[in-house]
Design a protein around this ligand. Sequence first.
Ligand SMILES: [Zn+2]
Length: 373
Amino acid sequence: MKGSFSIGRLFGVDIRIHWTFFLLAGWFAWWGGEGDGWRAAAWALSLLAGLFACVVLHELGHSLVAIRFGGQVQAITLLPIGGVALMRKIPERPLHEFLVAVAGPAVNVALFLGLALIRGGFPSWIAAEPPAGAWQEWLDTLMQANAVMAVFNLIPAFPMDGGRVLRSALSWRLPRDRATRWAAVVGQVFAVGFVALGLYTNPFLAVIGVFIFLGAGREERVVRVRAALRGARVRDAMLADPVVLHPSEPLGRCLELAVHRKQEDFAVEADGRLVGILTRADWAEAIRARGESAEVGSAARRHFMALHPDAPLARVCAELGRMGQPVFPVIESGRLVGLLAVADIERFLALREVRDRPSRSRAAPNRFTIDLG
Ligand SMILES: [Zn+2]
């Protein structure tokens, strides 16, 4: 996730903090500072550390169950509204998804009970009795936080865990993309409710509502893209028979081909052998720096990965961000047969939707954006 940095690894999972988490730390410092002096500040900071640990354990709960069912977890990122486990591969069977989703809140319930054991009883929140000393107040607050985390996360709205529980329940009867669409709609109804309620009561709730609204839409988009890519291969989306350049040709030829042939990325071949690739950004920068007469070979990338035309498009799409290469030559039996760029996949998706959902796309074709985050 952009704007986050790593603080270590647990069970092979990268633990990261997003900068906005420090807004919460700031709020804590201000809140703790209202007491008297450094003792109150230290108390507030240790409480934040405790909360931080609970959020990490919640996300680890999800992650370890996901890994148990064949999932791959890349990182856990801490945000002010909680943690996010970035999974590269998510178990999709309804029962597995259900268990992964409830594992997080289950950790909070376990922590709540564990803290109650240490404290020797439950705090009396209703009677509002002042806790006996700072240590007990610390435990009480942490218990309260765990109770809130467990309950709040089970609200049936993406990206809350309850949204996933709802989708897994719907997936028993519906295809996954339709189950996701319904779960996202329910999530967005909750989100609008939170924003409306938050405006009258607590602005923090309104902020959470906005996060949920965006999260629900994003989840729906990711699943829609994955469903649209099902069964598709690289050859279905690639630019077939691309114009190939020779290293000694002038860069001006790229400009000419971009205008007249609408081809913006190129493969570079010498003696029938693929020796480089040239993206639009590469040649545009080289022309600005050295002019149109400079040679293609001087601007081409020599290190690149190639794809096979029968590789599943969904897998390529999932790996695009990690591979960090904007254009791929497509090679079959040692011969260049096409080029594939992110824009080609996006166009393929938009056109496939025209074919699959004619009634929906009559007004305006949906724009697909491949998220490389
Ligand atoms: Zn969770």
